[in-house]
Design a protein around this ligand. Structure first.
Ligand code: ACO
Length: 333
């Protein structure tokens, strides 16, 4: 992918890492240095063009990667340049990989909900003319080392078939843990994960049920902490969510037909997973209330039940609230 400016001078390293500041890397000694603002503009152009090319390759209605989205999120972009060819002496870009930490509610193999904050693969693109030459693997490998994560610890935001094959081939990732959101996680995701100390912000911020849940928490964040967070909404974290706005018809046409009774169990494996990795049109919008209702119908964890039964200090009101279904004014979500 070529640009009308000198990519080779702009990005001295084979792989450049960009964060939300989109700072131009330090240039090689002896290279003439244009104004800093021009360099940043060039970086922004590269990010925008890569985002557009990736969206086109994935048949998305709009790019999910752009300079402005980079600036407003704590994502990290790994950009690979072509060091062999220097068409017109200006260099070229091979592709990019975008990652970021996200709060997710994921199901484990017992179909219990877990709040985690894994590193997510958000966008990945290698130029069409250079795919299947090992460039994707080079980028991915570099990212794994820099972020110090193992492939099975990652969550993937709506992987394409090509990416699923890529992950299978290079990292033996095959067996997925079925989810009801757009993220795909693989077997081993819940193994050996970092468990924060009981006094950590994460533990105290959680709901009582989450604090009692013995499932391990997400891998430790390597990125700086985000701004103060508000209420956590299940399934609200996909980086591709905003694309729904582009494809969703206006209200009331966007309302899914209401069921008489909410589903007692999450969708079966094939349905959940069959939907997630597919590209093309996004899945119909699931009304949040319906989703919450099905969440609230999940049976309490056995540990929680035991504690509630044996907790003599809890007031009757407290016991009433925790032993029955959450009330409509329950503001946890
Ligand atoms: C969360 C997300 O970002 S989902 C979106 C992922 N991006 C895309 O689908 C955009 C189009 N595809 C691409 O840009 C690239 O193919 C990537 C990024 C998926 C992989 O990068 P590449 O440089 O092609 O990967 P690399 O050469 O290291 O590995 C090749 C392997 O990837 C998989 N793969 C790559 N292209 C294809 C393809 N067209 N068909 C099937 N499998 C493919 C295969 O396993 C392949 O191994 P094989 O050639 O022996 O079958």
């Amino acid at each position: 992918m070529e640009f009308p400016f000198d990519v080779d001078a702009l990005l001295p390293e084979r792989i450049t890492v960009l964060d939300q500041h989109l700072r131009p890397p330090a240039r090689r000694p002896g290279t003439t240095t244009p104004a800093r603002v021009d360099l940043q503009q060039q970086i922004m152009t590269i990010v925008d063009e890569l985002g557009k090319a990736s969206a086109k390759a994935q048949h998305l209605p709009a790019p999910i990667t752009s300079a402005s989205r980079m600036q407003s999120n704590r994502h990290v972009m790994y950009i690979l340049k072509d060091t062999s060819a220097r068409p017109a002496g200006k260099g070229a870009i091979v592709g990019f990989l975008k990652v970021g930490y996200k709060k997710l509610f994921v199901l484990d193999d017992r179909e219990a909900h877990n709040e985690v904050e894994p590193l997510c693969i958000l966008d990945f693109y290698i130029h069409e003319s250079l795919q299947r030459h090992g460039h994707g693997r080079e980028l991915f490998q570099h990212m794994l080392q820099k972020e110090r994560v193992e492939p099975h610890q990652l969550a993937i935001d709506r992987p394409s078939q090509k990416l699923l094959k890529f992950l299978n081939k290079h990292y033996n990732l095959e067996t997925t843990v079925p989810q009801v959101n757009n993220f795909v996680i693989f077997e081993g995701f819940f193994a050996h994960q970092h468990r924060p100390p009981a006094t950590s912000l994460r533990a105290t911020r959680h709901s009582r049920a989450a604090a009692l849940d013995p499932m391990p928490a997400a891998p430790a964040r390597k990125l700086p902490p985000k701004r103060a967070e508000g209420e956590i909404k299940p399934y609200s974290s996909s980086d591709r969510e905003f694309l729904k706005v582009a494809v969703e018809p206006p209200w009331p046409l966007n309302r899914a037909p209401r069921r008489a009774t909410p589903p007692a169990h999450p969708p079966p494996r094939s349905s959940s997973l069959g939907n997630s990795p597919e590209r093309g049109p996004l899945r119909p919008f699931v009304p949040e209330q319906e989703l919450l209702r099905s969440l609230r119908l999940c049976p309490p964890h056995p540990t929680a039940r035991l504690l509630l039964a044996t907790d003599p200090g809890g007031s009757p009101a407290q016991r009433r609230r925790t032993s029955s279904l959450p009330r409509s004014d329950d503001s946890r979500y």
